[in-house]
Design a protein around this ligand. Structure first.
Ligand code: HEC
Length: 195
């Protein structure tokens, strides 16, 4: 399908160039030529639109894992506790707390790749998050049930399986802990490029 998409792009490019060449080579355009230019232009654009829509739809199932009932229930829990008021998912939400699109992958790394352990870690984090410290924001204890935490983990795990073309991007600058800033306006200077 990818080769076909490239072919369609090349055909579209050739057709556009031919049309431009034709329209510039004419001294004047008659009503008949205009009518044909309009009809052929509209028809070919509609065909390209149809092709790329079908191409895109055929790729969708490969771009995410299977959505189970538990994933759907997890999304409802996500809305129930208004997680989006603090977090972002796929670019939507608030910037108070970490983006959760690939949060499951981070828990997986923290548990050394053990899925069972990553699930347990995430569940206990959700039910009883660590308290805030002076240089780290804390997540409130939302009082969710064991079942809700399980459903949320399924949902966040499914979200992490979506092929997002590397979204969210990794930060260019890494924050360093600021122990003493002489002037608050200099705080931004205390961000370093990763080595
Ligand atoms: C009032 C704001 C707020 C709300 C509401 C909130 N969180 Fe959080 N959450 C945070 C903050 C702040 C952190 C970072 C805490 C830390 O690193 O210790 C966090 C961290 C997390 C993490 C760990 C992120 C990681 O990858 O390390 C997960 C998972 C998470 N939240 C899920 C949720 C879910 C699911 C909900 C809704 C049920 C929710 N949060 C609601 C503020 C919030």
């Amino acid at each position: 399908m990818e080769a076909l998409s490239w072919l369609a792009v090349i055909v579209a490019g050739v057709l556009c160039s031919l049309f431009l060449w034709w329209s510039f080579s004419l001294e004047e355009i008659g009503a008949r030529s205009l009518k044909w230019a309009f009809l052929l232009g509209t028809a070919s654009l509609m065909l390209f639109l149809l092709f790329f829509t079908l191409d895109y739809l055929s790729l969708l199932p490969q771009r995410a894992g299977r959505m189970t009932d538990e994933v759907v229930l997890g999304k409802k829990v996500w809305h129930k506790y208004l997680c989006i008021d603090c977090h972002t998912l796929l670019g939507n939400g608030a910037y108070y707390a970490p983006d959760l699109t690939k949060s499951w992958d981070r828990f997986l790394v923290r548990s050394g790749g053990d899925e069972e352990q990553a699930g347990q870690m995430m569940r206990s984090f959700l039910k009883d998050p660590p308290a805030a410290t002076c240089n780290r924001r804390g997540m409130p204890r939302l009082g969710m049930t064991d079942e809700e935490s399980r459903e949320l983990v399924s949902f966040l795990r499914w979200v992490a399986s979506i092929d997002t073309n590397e979204w969210p991007p990794n930060p260019l600058y890494q924050a360093v802990t600021i122990t003493s800033v002489p002037h608050p306006q200099d705080a931004l200077l205390y961000f370093q490029r990763p080595l």
